[in-house]
Structure formats: structure tokens, C-alpha cells
Design a protein around this ligand. Structure first.
Ligand SMILES: Cc1cc2nc3c(=O)[nH]c(=O)nc-3n(C[C@H](O)[C@H](O)[C@H](O)COP(=O)(O)OP(=O)(O)OC[C@H]3O[C@@H](n4cnc5c(N)ncnc54)[C@H](O)[C@@H]3O)c2cc1C
Length: 217
């Protein structure tokens, strides 16, 4: 029997597995997708996140971020980070770094999906693996959490995320969050010649149509 079985090999699952290994526990991650896993994301890691990654021995390459700016038409509010920078980093770069660190520490990453979960007093079995603990790191809408009846009433609401990268020199070293009536757009410099623009909205429509809602962009 292993110590920790992790359902989901996204950032949370891989970080949990690395933590487990650093604590001297055995860990297996079950994840259906092959690394590096990509996903629509603003790709901005806040300073606390950068520190947490460093503590795990994970230092992905990216572009330093100095603060956050919120932009709503003509109004804007901004603040620099107080002590240390954040990081703009391609989601795939972050995932690859976490994945390699986990493998380097001896985490076993198994292709598959956690479905039925069986529990005894001292163990849990899922995806054919028996462990002392199961960590459900299978995302915001976690099927494992739902299956175990651990959903909170009113749970997370559905939103659509879309993103595109632009080959251009970043005009700022702040993350910019732009608002429109339909959603938000996160603008993050992720490399010297690359800027990511991720849109998050309750309305399902194409990327270009969303972008029309942000004239400044
Ligand atoms: C548009 C957008 C912009 C964002 N911008 C930012 C940002 O700038 N900065 C930031 O910090 N956060 C941002 N976020 C949030 C961030 O993406 C999430 O917090 C993060 O992905 C959560 O990681 P996770 O590992 O919990 O889940 P996920 O990344 O969703 O990973 C879950 C994993 O579980 C796997 N899985 C699913 N079902 C099963 C199963 N049954 N068994 C096994 N595995 C399973 C999936 O394949 C997936 O790889 C943004 C989100 C969106 C949508």
C-alpha cells in the first residue's frame, strides 16, 4: 500500500505529490492527459506562489511581474507587489517543471482516470491502487469530490476560459486585468517577446468577439 494517491496531475496534484515526497511519503499521481498539460490560463503566478514553488524546488523560466493593474474603460487601479516579484510563465513551462520535479523525487505518474473510490477504515482504493490517503486534485469541478458527496451547496459556477498568445514586446511588467460587461481579460507578459491574453466569461462565444469588448486591448 502506498501513502498518497493523487487524482489529477495539474499544478495542485503535482505540488501535492512533491510535498508528499518531501515529507518522506510514497506518492502516485493518476492523470489522463500527457505532460505538459496546457489549459486556458492567465499564466500569472503571484509572489506567494513563486515562493511556494521555490520551496518545492520548482523554478520555471518566465518573466518577472512587478504588480497588478485593473483596467475598466477609463478607470484604472494598480499596485506594485510589496516585497518580491511574481512570475509570468507559460502554463506548459510551469507544468513541465512541476512534472519533472515530481518524477525526480520518485513520484509515479500513471496514465488514467480515477473513477469509483472504495474506502475502508485505513485505506482507499481507486484506479486499481490502494493508498492510505486520496487527494482529489482533479480540478475546480472535481468529479471525485462530486462522487464522494463532498460538494458544497452552490459550488463553483461555470465560466468559459479562452486564451491566445501574441508575439510582441510586453508594454508593462504588471499583470493587467481588463473588465467588460461580459467578463475579464488577463494580460500577462510571459517572455521577452510573448504576451498572453486570457479571457474569462460566463458568455460562450468566440475569442475575437470577446476581445471586441475590450477596446483598449
Ligand atoms: C481563464 C483562466 C485564467 C486563469 N488565470 C490564472 C492566473 O493567472 N494565475 C493563477 O494562479 N491561476 C489562474 N487560473 C486558475 C488556475 O488555472 C487554476 O487554479 C488551476 O488550474 C488549478 O489547478 P488544479 O491542479 O487544481 O486543476 P487543473 O489544472 O484543472 O488540473 C486538474 C487535472 O485533473 C485531471 N483530471 C480530471 N478528472 C480526473 C479524474 N477523474 N482522474 C484523474 N485525473 C483527473 C485533469 O486532466 C487535469 O489535468 C485561471 C483559470 C482560468 C480558467
Amino acid at each position: 500500500m502506498i501513502d498518497v494517491l493523487v487524482a489529477g496531475g495539474g499544478p495542485a496534484g503535482l505540488a501535492a505529490a512533491v510535498h508528499a515526497r518531501l515529507a518522506g511519503l510514497t506518492a502516485v499521481v493518476v492523470e489522463p492527459r500527457t505532460a505538459p498539460v496546457d489549459k486556458a490560463c492567465g499564466e500569472g503566478v503571484m509572489p506567494g506562489g513563486v515562493a511556494s514553488l521555490r520551496a518545492l524546488g520548482v523554478e520555471p523560466a518566465g518573466r518577472e511581474l512587478r504588480g497588478i493593474r485593473y483596467v475598466d474603460g477609463v478607470r484604472r487601479a494598480e499596485a506594485p507587489f510589496r516585497d518580491r516579484p511574481g512570475l509570468g510563465v507559460r502554463r506548459t513551462t510551469l507544468h513541465r517543471a512541476l512534472h519533472e520535479r515530481a518524477l525526480g523525487l520518485g513520484v509515479r505518474i500513471v496514465p488514467g482516470k480515477v473513477g469509483e473510490v472504495r474506502q475502508t477504515r485505513d485505506s482507499v482504493t481507486a484506479a486499481g491502487i490502494t493508498a492510505r490517503w486520496l487527494i482529489a486534485a482533479d480540478g475546480l469541478h472535481s468529479p471525485v469530490r462530486r462522487r464522494l458527496g463532498l460538494e458544497l451547496p452552490g459550488g463553483p459556477r461555470g465560466r468559459y476560459g479562452l486564451r491566445r498568445h501574441y508575439r510582441l514586446a510586453p508594454w508593462t511588467d504588471f499583470v493587467e486585468v481588463h473588465w467588460s460587461g461580459q467578463g475579464e481579460a488577463y494580460v500577462t507578459p510571459v517572455a521577452d517577446g510573448l504576451v498572453g491574453v486570457a479571457v474569462l466569461s460566463r458568455v460562450r462565444r468566440g475569442y475575437d468577439e470577446h476581445l471586441d469588448g475590450f477596446p483598449a486591448l
